[in-house]
Design a protein around this ligand. Structure first.
Ligand SMILES: *Cc1c(COP(=O)(O)O)cnc(C)c1O
Length: 461
């Protein structure tokens, strides 16, 4: 007989993964390469090294090395908060009356409050190792900026964060945390870059977007000496670093003699989901399981469920390389919603490809539903989830209810990507019944698609 799973399983420190797992090495059909808009050809090492540090470009372009060593210095910082716990949601299961077993991997046990630190650390580490002195980045809700500020403080790097203006105004505490760790924070769009000035000239009242903050951060990096840009999601390298989540979850379930029938995560740019599913998706691609994978995204920014699979820029200013991904168009600005981390117009090329090939499913959820799920979860499991993570919770609860209705005792694993202590304005609006969802209209989507790059690869899309 199987022994009963503990509420929380913490792997011992010596089981912290020594290598990241590169899912592309096991994908029989590869994501399409990034394209340099200047040449119309796949982006090369030389194209990308002015923007990103060299080792990270190597990881970005490496589709064949299956396992990549985690540097010892990175493991040392990981050990400050990893391995993260795998938790059995006994109370939630009981409340729902479901025969399903629900497990979640909790990434909120660090000051940044989310999984983002898993990639911030190696990105800061490789920059430092290359002799770079400063980094620039964008942040939406503030979690990525916070995580990177922590990592830069640890490795002694300067950091300039372009924070989407609406979040800058709504989340003063996030700003204060970043400053505590020594980062400089500028609301975006700003007049400190050409891209920002152009966006402001066109739309002076804009509250900003991730795509626009990315343009500013990239421009600042390439025009400042000893400076590189870093991105907290979407890229192959970020999914690689986040594989530490999936590898730990895989091992912890192995210890419990369990294997998930369904793996669920929230999807903004796709990094926590891509990291969580990596080893389980490997098994699926190798024909070893029949696990279902579900991406949960917001109805206001439905890149997978309503987007197009096309080449697009990662930023509003169209200065980044183009990636083939599910996208709503780089000019798309979602209506305000509280899941700031899920407001990116595109989806990681790796996940986009898996979704396109039918290896993964997606659902779009409204704010009313995800805050209901978040509240239920907090009361049963005692963790106050981030609104982003609440998308995964909501989809997991839906799946558990389907199990109850069909009498199937499935094993569900979902990613609890972070905590919501800086999102209490959102919880308050939910409690006061003030939350509104304004999903994009078909006409808005059509406008976004019409602005996709006119390149041969996009013909017929
Ligand atoms: C940023 C963020 C997300 C979304 O980003 P992905 O790259 O899609 O993982 C999800 N949850 C939390 C808590 C975040 O901070």
């Amino acid at each position: 007989m199987k022994k009963q799973a503990p509420y929380r399983l913490y792997l011992p420190e010596n089981e912290l993964p020594r290598q990241w797992y590169n899912l592309r090495a096991d994908m029989p059909r590869q994501p399409d390469p990034m394209i340099n808009p200047a040449t119309g050809k796949p982006a090369t090492l030389e194209d990308l090294t002015p923007v990103f540090s060299t080792e990270l470009v190597c990881q970005e372009l490496d589709a064949t090395t299956r396992y990549i060593d985690i540097p010892q210095d990175v493991r040392e910082m990981y050990k400050l908060y990893r391995p993260s716990p795998l938790i059995r949601a006994y109370n939630l299961e009981k409340y729902l009356g479901t025969p399903a077993k629900i497990y979640y991997k909790f990434e909120g046990n660090n000051t940044s409050g989310s999984h983002k630190l898993n990639s911030a650390i190696p990105q800061a580490y490789y920059a430092k190792a290359q002799g770079i002195t400063a980094l620039t980045t964008e942040t939406g809700a503030g979690q990525w900026g916070t995580a990177l500020a922590e990592a830069c403080a640890y490795y002694g790097l300067d950091l300039l964060v372009y924070m989407v203006k609406v979040s800058y105004q709504q989340k003063p505490y996030r700003k204060a945390v970043m400053k505590t760790f020594g980062a400089q924070v500028i609301p975006s769009p700003s007049d400190t870059t050409q891209a920002g000035r152009a966006i402001l000239a066109e739309n002076p009242d804009t509250t900003g977007s991730l795509g626009c903050a990315i343009s500013e951060a990239v421009e600042k990096a390439v025009t400042s000496p000893g400076t590189r840009y870093v991105l907290g999601s979407v890229l192959n390298q970020v999914l690689l670093h986040q594989s530490v989540i999936g590898l730990e979850a895989y091992r912890a379930l192995e210890v419990l003699d369990e294997y998930p029938d369904t793996v669920i995560g929230c999807a903004g740019g796709g990094s926590n989901l891509g990291g969580l599913i990596a080893p389980f998706m490997r098994d699926k691609l190798l024909g070893k399981n029949n696990t279902r994978f579900i991406a949960a995204e917001p109805a206001t920014c439905p890149s997978l469920t309503r987007g197009k699979y096309a080449y697009d820029f990662c930023d509003t200013g169209k200065i980044t390389p183009m990636a083939r991904m599910y996208t709503l168009g780089s000019g798309f600005i979602p209506s305000p919603s509280h899941a700031g981390g899920l407001r990116f117009h595109g989806m990681a090329p790796i996940l986009s490809k898996l979704y396109h090939d039918g290896c993964m499913e997606a659902v779009a959820l409204t704010q009313a539903r995800i805050f209901e799920a978040a509240t239920l979860f907090a009361r049963q499991e005692t963790i106050l989830p981030a609104p982003e993570s609440a998308h995964a919770i909501c989809a997991a609860i839906d799946e558990a209810i389907r199990c109850r209705e069909s009498g199937q005792a499935k094993t569900i694993l979902f990613g609890l990507s972070g905590t919501g202590y800086f999102d209490m304005t959102a919880y308050m609006e939910y409690q006061e019944g003030k939350l509104q969802d304004v999903p994009p209209t078909d006409a808005q989507l059509a406008a976004g698609f019409a602005a996709l790059p006119q390149i041969p690869q996009n013909e017929g899309i």
